[in-house]
Ligand binder design. Sequence first.
Ligand SMILES: [Zn+2]
Ligand SMILES: [Zn+2]
Length: 242
Amino acid sequence: METLLRDLARGALDLLWPRTCFACGETLGGTREPWLCGRCRAAIPALSAGLASCARCAAFLGPEGAGGSCRDCARLRPRFEAVRAVGLYRGPLRRLLVSMKYARRPEGAWPLGELMAEAVRGWEGGGAVIVPFPTTEAARKRRGFDPPALLAAEVARRRGLPLAEGALRRTGSPPPQASLSRSERLRSPRGTVEAVRPEVLRDRTVLLVDDVLTTGASASEAAQVLLGAGAARVLVAVAARA
Ligand SMILES: [Zn+2]
Ligand SMILES: [Zn+2]
């Protein structure tokens, strides 16, 4: 009954204010499609299906690389334990991210957050806490919102996990040598990420949330800071893997 009423209400809203798919812009007719059309929803997992990926960083390895780590992970040994991504930074997933970040549609965090929450299923145990990858003040001002923070909030809400917003901060540029006295454990080697709330991280499994993972170098830097601040382990969740 409740579902029927909701469907009717949504149907009425659709007449007044037609909803469109976040990824392709097509008008959404069906009441069961809140944000993405059926075609885009189906295309997202299909893009990465059957591709072998690195056990550590989720980089796609090509047809011959099944079961192991990628060359970068073997060489750089990232400080996070694992990465989960909704899929490759292609097709509808890429269009979704582009529309959120560059066409400034913060509502894109709803469908992305839903897909990400699904991707991290099973990671919520062991007192996990969600931490958004910190963005620079300049980027936040330019965009008017903070994509990783919105995604982190959605994943936290849907997985029922606490959100430690502001646990990390971007310092913008490396600090001058003279000011390095503040606990170096809490800062990344390049000094661009800093743990400002170590008390919420201590002995916790941290689920670091970002929009796109490219090389994994920034995520590894943030993971190092989180571990230095007392986190037990760091897992990374992203919308897309470049
Ligand atoms: Zn679509
Ligand atoms: Zn890797």
